[in-house]
Design a protein around this ligand. Structure first.
Ligand code: C2E
Ligand code: MG
Ligand code: MG
Length: 767
């Protein structure tokens, strides 16, 4: 199926789009997860770096505590007076109390202050706000021993080493004289009474008068500064660490950090905890929601865009499908259109066995009879309803799988695939059955028939054009043969059609070159025998074929849409010629097609003016074809012609339906009784009866009766006897050119009404 390519494209488009949506969704999810991880990692990294920084600060602060304690000790230990007091002969108890014990404990909050002599034995102990017996130092002995050993440079328990901040600070002291050369110090974080404490030891030396310095080891000032809650609070304030505390168990508060506090001898002195700054929290609580909102917004926008894209694409695909369907189907009937039918037929023809021994493709080309009349009389919406109903009926009567198409206005095409030799007849009967019951249009049941032409492939052609052309020829034949029938194509039809086509082309040229002429046939008064009028009859002499009778070229002109032009030429020529014999009445034949294809009233009006004729001298002959199913338009046209002053004759009465209703509905001036009645007079009494009836009816309605085709004197006498007003026929004169008519008019002698059986009127041979 050729339609598979676009639908495949759609499928591909839709699949691509779905893939794009999936990839975008996965991409967004992945990007979201990565972004979340990055933010969480950044928060964690910020928190842990804050924690590390706080821990480092705390450790540094503890180092600085040792440094500070040593500095505080230094304010009294490196002092000439203090040195002198310790090395004097008399014990300087008061001095030591006030300058060491009270000063250091009350000014700097040292918990234990002791002085050790050169043998490291305590000579002074101050704690709990008063001097203590030196024996009480015993309990500290063990604790402070490694610190003292480190200061003295003696072997002892090794302690964790801390940066010597105190030593680094002593450079400025040098300028005012320093005991540094002999100064020793040591400071550590130790466990004292189960509590962490800063234990600092510093040699007591003269700071200004170096002469005071005695040989031997110096005394040591030893301070113990317990790290208690207050101490930590103070430390926390200076370090801007909230809730800094010491405990035995880990603190389970959210946002708290716990750090084991290990003293320098390697003991766990407790757990220090504080509320960490947690910069990552703001990242999580502020940045993450903002990023999440932004991300969700972008994802939502992308989703909406993709969804729109998908909707648009679906819509476009649907539109494409719809327009593809519309391009291949007829909007009114919903059937495949001509192009789509051709595609199906082409595929069917391609699949046929060339010998034609198996399957055949049977194409029925169908034309609804008198569709135009229905359209003209009942209106276009009734015409549309008719097309729809015919389509439905055909659909209901063919087999599923057969293709029915609307081929044109009132034309349908059916494609049957069959190997059955009876299939064309079967198809024809199905079509006839489909239209058997009348179709209701605007509440009226209308009997609808169709003319059908059938072509069978491969017998009648192997291409779409060939098969359709042959089906068209068969259809044409069906129409020509009187419609409401099915005709199967045969080779001789094609020849006839070819001939017709050739004639049609030549006729077109002949009309446009004004090659057609007009012959005039006299019309004789039955009363006086005088020529009262002439009938204008179109004549065409073909360059190769010679004279072509109007019975041949008029229908061709009608079918080829040339009738309006041809009619105008005849009218123009006749109106011009009439001026040569204005005393005569001129009859001109008007085709039903001139009523349909042109504004006949306007044309007659303008021509009457142009050629300055007297319309009352002109009789327009119309046939029943004009009156059948005459709509409003025809009525108006007939009325308009009458108003212009033209007179009207009903031509060929007796050949068609011969409806008496026409005679009552339209006011004619004349009725022309067809030649078949005139020639039939001698054969059958019923003809005579009919002619007499028509004559009396015409007389009753005030219409003249003209006898056509009078060939014999007897016919002339009889028609005169039956009461006809006028006669026309070879008995009097054949149609002749204008010039011949002029001669004829001069030579013609009217004879009075015949009373005998002898021919009363002369026979004149026409040229
Ligand atoms: P019609 O209008 O009935 O014209 C009378 C036809 O009968 C003419 O045939 C005429 O030659 C023929 N005829 C006259 N007397 C006799 C006779 O005694 N015996 C026989 N056998 N025939 C006789 P023609 O000229 O061949 O025209 C045939 C028809 O073609 C006309 O029939 C008319 O219907 C149509 N026709 C001719 N010219 C025109 C035209 O200009 N316009 C239209 N619309 N139709 C035309
Ligand atoms: Mg006529
Ligand atoms: Mg006639």
């Amino acid at each position: 199926m050729p339609a598979s390519t676009p639908s495949m494209n759609n499928f591909v488009k839709d699949r691509d789009l779905r893939r794009l949506i999936n990839v975008t969704a996965i991409g967004f999810t992945f990007a979201g997860v990565v972004l979340l991880c990055v933010i969480l990692y950044a928060a964690w990294a910020a928190n842990s770096s804050a924690r590390e920084r706080e821990t480092a600060l705390l450790n540094n602060a503890l180092n600085r505590s040792i440094h500070r304690t040593l500095n505080e000790q230094k304010s009294v230990a490196w002092w000439d007076d203090a040195y002198a007091a310790l090395h004097g002969s008399a014990p300087a108890t008061e001095f030591l109390d006030s300058e060491f014990g009270i000063f250091l404990s009350e000014t700097y909050g040292h918990d234990v202050i002791a002085i050790l002599d050169d043998n490291n034995l305590p000579v002074f102990l101050y704690s709990g706000g008063s001097r203590r017996p030196v024996a009480d130092f015993e309990r500290y002995n063990n604790i402070v021993a490694p610190v003292v050993a480190e200061l003295r440079g003696l072997p002892g328990r090794s302690l964790r080493q801390r940066p010597d901040l105190f030593g680094a600070d002593q450079k400025s002291y040098r300028s005012i004289g320093s005991p540094l050369d002999s100064a020793r110090w040591a400071g550590h974080l130790m466990t004292v009474d189960q509590q962490p404490a800063v234990v600092a030891a510093l040699t007591i030396l003269p700071n200004v008068d170096k002469t005071l310095l005695k040989p031997g080891r110096a005394h040591i000032l030893l301070s113990v500064n317990v790290i208690d809650e207050d101490y930590l609070k103070e430390l926390g304030r200076s370090l801007l660490l909230t809730d800094l505390s010491l405990s035995r168990k880990p603190v389970e508060k959210p946002g708290s950090v716990t750090m084991p506090l290990e003293t320098d001898e390697g003991h766990l002195a407790g757990l220090v905890s504080w509320k960490t700054e947690q910069p990552g929290r703001s990242l999580i609580s502020i940045i993450l929601p903002l990023v999440a909102i932004g991300f969700i917004a972008v994802a939502a926008a992308a989703h909406i865009m993709l969804q729109r894209l998908r909707n648009t694409s679906t819509h476009l695909a649907l539109e494409e499908k719809r327009s593809r369907h519309a391009a291949k189907h007829d909007a009114l009937s919903g059937l495949p259109n001509r192009a789509h039918f051709a595609e199906h037929l082409e595929t069917a023809l391609a699949g046929l066995d060339p010998s034609g021994s198996k399957q055949h493709a049977i194409v029925a080309y169908l034309d609804v009879d008198r569709f135009k009349d229905i359209n003209d009389t009942m209106g276009h919406s009734a015409g549309d309803d008719l097309v729809r109903e015919v389509a439905n009926r055909l659909r209901a009567h063919v087999r599923s799988g057969d293709i029915i198409a609307r081929y044109g206005g009132d034309e349908f095409a059916i494609l049957w695939m069959s190997a059955d030799p009876e299939a064309p007849a079967l198809l024809a009967s199905r079509i006839a059955r489909a239209l058997l019951s009348p179709i209701e249009l605007e509440g009226q049941p209308i009997a609808v028939t169709a003319s059908v032409g059938i072509a069978i492939a491969p017998l009648h052609g192997r291409t779409v054009d060939e098969v359709m052309r042959h089906a068209d020829i068969a259809l044409y034949e069906a129409k020509n043969a009187g419609r409401n029938r099915t005709i199967v194509f045969s080779a001789d039809m094609a020849e006839q059609v070819e001939q017709r086509r050739a004639i049609e082309m030549d006729l077109t040229t002949a009309i446009s070159n004004d090659e057609l002429t007009v012959a005039y046939q006299p019309i004789i008064s039955c009363d006086t025998g005088a020529i009262v009028g002439v009938e204008a009859l179109a004549r065409w002499t073909h360059a190769k074929r010679g004279q072509i009778p109007p019975g041949v070229f008029i229908p061709i002109a009608e079918q080829a849409g040339l009738m309006a032009a041809l009619g105008e030429r005849v009218l123009a020529r006749t109106m011009r010629d009439w001026h040569a014999w204005p005393h005569l009445e001129v009859s001109i034949n008007i085709s039903p097609l001139q009523f349909r294809q042109s504004d006949i009233v306007a044309i007659l009006g303008s021509m009457a003016t142009q050629y300055q004729i007297d319309p009352s001298r002109f009789v327009l002959e119309i046939t029943e074809g004009v009156l059948m199913d005459a709509g409003e338009r025809t009525h108006e046209a007939l009325e308009g012609i009458r108003n212009l002053g033209f007179r009207m004759a009903l031509d060929d009465f007796g050949t068609g339906y011969s409806s008496l209703a026409y005679l009552c509905n339209f006011q004619f001036d004349k009725i022309k009784v067809d030649r078949s009645f005139v020639s039939g007079l001698a054969k059958s009494a019923s003809f005579r009866t009919i002619v007499q009836s028509v004559v009396s009816l015409g007389n009753g309605l005030g219409m003249k009766i003209v006898a056509e085709g009078v060939e014999l004197a007897t016919e002339a006498q009889s028609m005169t006897a039956y009461g006809c007003s006028e006669m026309q026929g070879y008995y009097f004169a054949k149609p002749m050119p204008r010039e011949a008519l002029e001669v004829f008019l001069h030579s013609y002698t009217p004879a009075p009404r015949a009373l005998s059986n002898e021919p009363v009127l002369r026979i004149v041979a026409a040229p």
